[in-house]
Design a protein around this ligand. Sequence first.
Ligand code: HEM
Length: 134
Amino acid sequence: MSRSWPRLLTRGTTAVLAVQVLLQPVLAGGFLSGHYDLLRMHMINGMTMIVVALVQGVAAVFLYRAGAPRSVLTHGFMVPLAIAATAVLGEFRLLILHVPIGVLMVIGILQMASEVWRKEKTPQVEARKEEVPV
Ligand code: HEM
């Protein structure tokens, strides 16, 4: 099974999640500055992130079946769960947990996106490294 479409899909979903998660503190900040309608956008953006992460989870299953490491599958399941947990904390206004975990989500999702978009090493590079005598 080729890795092409699940890999392309994962690149797409991680890019969308990266933009969405960067929007969350901006929308929250706007809400805290008195633009109360931005809380609704924060909520809608948060819920949409769960859907995008679920689509990413499906791609992760196909990537894993095509030979990708188990960590891809684990990430595929953990990311939608973590976003959903963050959203529940926001809905229940448990901000003492919601805000720090939300900030960690920003860092984690940006890191995941950079890993997914990092150029995949071609097999020759690996072989060439082995050949060079020290
Ligand atoms: C994955 C990231 C995040 C998700 C999914 C998320 C989701 C949510 C949701 C669903 C709510 C409830 C909205 C409502 O009551 O209508 C909420 C509230 C809130 N979130 Fe987030 N959020 C995220 C990240 C953040 C970040 C990074 C910050 C701040 C730096 C933040 C600050 C807030 C604040 C201040 C509230 C309002 C609580 C209140 O009503 O007093 N959130 N969030």
